[in-house]
Ligand binder design. Structure first.
Ligand code: NDP
Ligand code: HSE
Length: 432
């Protein structure tokens, strides 16, 4: 007799339904590979009366996630509700009751990971979260297990599918921001509140999780520099292309020479020869550099029903094994190799600066003067032609400089009477 593993699904939206459907679709294969049968015993939703694209036996539905905790036939709780407070309560209580947890909730882990994994370790109950970073790409397993032999020198990546989808559609099809976002929402890529996708915070949460695995400590979200894609204009995309770059929202998780760690998310100009520049649509890519393995690249669908379900089911397979085999690791091992976050203003990089200026002689010299006084060099300038009386766009590529120094110079530049409107300042990534 094959052993049954009882699963309680909290959430039956894009991902929850994907898990249910794919467990059914590949049941025989999973049975052969895992040697156990993964059976969904209960599904908690917010509104059980809601009409759903996937029909379910009514007996499976529960109106309250607490029913999953109370059901002795549920051994593994899968949290796919989204949000913070209720999932936190659910996960902590599941751990207390000895039920293994699987979650895809990056916002929750980034804010409360320390608390959750401390309890998980205390109670010796594993928490799995492969779906929390980069959808279908098994990056958590890779960083935590496959690269255990490595100090991480850096992790860079495109880790939000929605924003990459929007930037790709804007660049390749000339779609406006709102229409591209609507497409991403319709495809099930975006968060319930898509603000987190476009303001960079969904990627920020994932960067915090990756940093916790790579460097062994939880970075407080309030200290992380996170910028989104809302202010990127079609003009920026065109200017970047003219200069040989593609604009991407990049996560930076880098060990610095002084032992501190940079964790940030910033719109960045990626040179076209850098492989990350060619990552299109909902795809994510994460470039990992370890001191033993060297460079490794992970590429795949970063959001959506099936890719994310693939990661959740991989966690379920691990959970099924963990139910019988005692473990020493419960999801996160603190090692605090680099216990300090590098202030974002100290991070040195080249920059792209776009300004709105009067189309008059001497304007470039005044701006270059402010940068020069701050010891900031310009590597190239483009100023497209404008019609008489129109504001001109002035695009400057700035050599390596600390971000804080560039921001102070920018403040002085904005105070010049020849500079108007909001400037754009984006980081420029290296070729490799
Ligand atoms: P959806 O909004 O599509 O689904 C959420 C589900 O949770 C719905 O079924 C909803 O019920 C249920 N729910 C919400 N609140 C409660 C509650 N208080 N009690 C019981 N059920 C509740 O979200 P997704 O499936 O897109 O995302 C789920 C999680 O997975 C999120 O944490 C998200 O960040 C993460 N994730 C999503 C990915 C994606 O591509 N979509 C990829 C990776 C991770 P009802 O159906 O009745 O409204
Ligand atoms: N909203 C997220 C994204 C889902 O677009 O990447 C995957 O985590």
């Amino acid at each position: 007799m094959i052993r049954e593993i009882g699963i309680g699904l909290a959430g039956f939206g894009t991902v929850g339904a994907g898990v249910f459907l794919n467990l059914e679709k590949n049941r025989a294969l999973l049975r052969e590979r895992i040697g156990r049968d993964l059976i969904v015993r209960k599904i908690a939703v917010k509104d059980p009366s809601k009409k759903r694209p996937v029909s379910l036996p009514p007996a499976l539905l529960a109106a309250n996630w607490r029913e999953l905790l109370d059901d002795p036939a549920v051994q593994v709780v899968v949290e796919l509700m989204g949000g913070i407070e209720e999932p936190r309560e659910l996960i902590l209580e599941a751990i207390r009751r000895g039920k293994i947890v699987v979650t895809g909730n990056k916002a929750l882990l980034a804010e409360h990971g320390a608390e959750i994994f401390q309890l998980a370790t205390e109670k010796r109950v594993p928490v799995f979260y492969e779906a929390a970073v980069a959808g279908g790409i098994p990056i958590i397993k890779a960083v935590r297990e496959a690269f255990v032999a490595n100090h991480f020198l850096r992790v860079r990546g495109i880790i939000n599918g929605t924003s990459n989808y929007i930037l790709t559609r804007m660049a390749e099809s000339g779609l406006d921001f709102a229409s591209a976002l609507a497409e991403a929402q319709a495809a099930g890529y975006a968060e319930a509140d898509p603000t987190l996708d476009v303001n960079g915070w969904d990627a920020g949460h994932k960067a915090i999780i990756l940093a916790s695995l790579a460097y062994g400590f939880w970075v407080p979200s309030k200290d992380v520099l996170v910028e989104g894609i809302e202010s990127i204009t079609p003009g920026d995309i065109r200017f970047a292309a003219q200069l040989g770059y593609t604009i991407k929202l990049l996560g930076f998780i880098d060990a610095c020479l002084d032992g501190s760690v940079e964790v940030s998310v910033q719109p960045s100009l990626v040179p076209d020869e850098n492989i990350l520049a060619s990552v299109r649509g909902v795809f994510n890519a994460i470039a990992v550099r370890g001191d033993v393995v060297g460079d490794a690249l992970f590429y795949g669908r970063g959001a959506g029903q099936d890719p994310t379900a693939s990661s959740v089911i991989s966690d379920l397979a691990d959970a099924a094994v963990a139910l019988e085999a005692p473990r020493d690791s419960f999801g996160f091992i603190p090692h605090a190799l680099y216990g300090k976050l590098r202030p974002a203003d100290e991070v040195v990089s080249p920059f792209y600066l776009r300004l709105g200026v009067d189309d008059k002689p001497g304007v470039l010299a005044r701006i270059a003067g402010v940068l020069g006084e701050a010891g900031i060099g310009i590597s190239s300038v483009i100023q497209p032609e404008t019609n008489e009386g129109e504001l001109a766009a002035l695009v400057l590529m700035i050599h390596d400089a600390p971000r804080g120094r560039v921001l102070s110079a920018l403040q002085k530049i904005r105070a010049l009477d020849c500079v108007h409107g909001d400037p754009a300042l984006y980081r420029v990534e290296a070729a490799a």
